[in-house]
Design a protein around this ligand. Structure first.
Ligand SMILES: [Ca+2]
Ligand SMILES: [Ca+2]
Ligand SMILES: [Ca+2]
Ligand SMILES: [Ca+2]
Length: 324
């Protein structure tokens, strides 16, 4: 071997050793240098509990590392679960309505957006809407989702129509306010109480000889609101009661139980077309007729108040509770 060849050999070997030491160097997690597989390395600051910290295995914070980091509501790894009630979910979201698991406070969780399949917002109730027909079998308990509903009775056949016989309809926490189309179109208000106040306090513009204005307007049985026609001629006063339209609740099934509704501003608040209905704890006030019983044999057990027609309560005409 020549001297020159020997030197080249030594240099080559040295270079290879240097190269291999680079390639095969074992990363040291915790030395503050990001090496090899490491996603991060904050040396002494590496932590398995600090939010968003570099973990002690030099992996960045993530869902599934136990610590709760930015964008995570929880992280209980390894107990995150998509099937266990109330558990932190795999996506580090807390158990919630809509995750398909029955958690605390939920009566149901059907993981869908159908509000009328008996499960709405994880409660067994039906949100009110116009023409909501409830059937059901005798003894069924049907609940309306609590809330204030300001609805217009299109077609005048009722917002809520109870068609089932022997059903128990729970309206606890429900306030139902009738809204008229003419007022909505005029961009006035939605709720009856304020509508009635506004209309009653406003001088009403004048009307033409062929128009509905110019005299006190009585909305006819057809419940058609006064129309704007022609030029105004004289001030009139629209009585608030004349603008009430539609029916709030219609009971068609026999022997229905209806309780705890607060209903106002309809032409007819509750209309009983069948018999054997039992009403209690309802507050029907501020409707043209609060409760209309078209058949005999309907009963107000207690606190079914308001101006009534064809109605007896506890064997006496009228009601035992005022509307104030
Ligand atoms: Ca390192
Ligand atoms: Ca985490
Ligand atoms: Ca749930
Ligand atoms: Ca549903």
């Amino acid at each position: 071997m020549s001297k020159r060849f020997g030197l080249a050999y030594i240099l080559t070997v040295a270079f290879c050793l240097l190269l291999s030491s680079k390639i095969y160097a074992v990363p040291v997690c915790g030395n503050g240098v990001i090496e090899g597989y490491e996603e991060c390395d904050d040396a002494q600051a590496n932590s398995d509990s600090a939010p968003d910290g570099c973990r002690t295995n030099c992996v960045k914070a993530r869902c599934g590392d136990y610590g709760v980091d930015s964008g995570e509501e929880c992280d209980d790894f390894p107990n995150n679960s998509n099937v266990i009630p109330n558990a932190c979910r795999w996506d580090c979201k807390r158990a919630h309505c809509g995750d398909g698991v029955l958690d605390n406070g939920e009566v149901c969780d059907d993981k869908n957006s159908d509000a009328y399949d008996g499960c709405h917002q994880c409660q067994a109730c039906y949100p009110l809407k116009d023409d909501l027909v409830l059937s059901g079998n005798p003894g069924d308990n049907i609940r309306i989702c609590p809330g204030r509903y300001e609805l217009q009775d299109n077609g005048q056949e009722g917002i809520l129509i109870i068609a089932g016989s022997g059903v128990n309809v729970d309206l606890s926490g429900v306030t139902l306010v009738g809204v008229t189309q003419s007022l909505m179109a005029a961009g006035k208000v939605q709720s009856s109480a304020s509508v009635a106040k506004q209309i009653a306090s406003q001088p009403v513009p004048k009307t033409s000889s062929r128009g509905a204005r110019g005299k006190t307007v009585q909305v006819p049985a057809a419940e058609t609101p006064p129309q704007d026609q022609g030029s105004p001629v004289s001030p009139v006063h629209i009585q608030a009661s004349t603008i009430k339209q539609g029916v709030g609740i219609v009971v068609k099934g026999n022997d229905a139980v209806l309780h705890d509704v607060d209903i106002t501003n309809f032409k007819q608040g509750i209309k009983l077309k069948s018999s054997g209905a039992v009403l209690f704890n309802n507050k029907a006030c501020g409707n043209s007729v609060d409760i209309l019983s078209e058949q005999t044999g309907n009963f107000g057990v207690k606190n079914s108040c308001g101006s009534q027609q064809g109605w007896q309560e506890n064997g006496q005409p009228g009601c035992i509770r005022g509307c104030n």
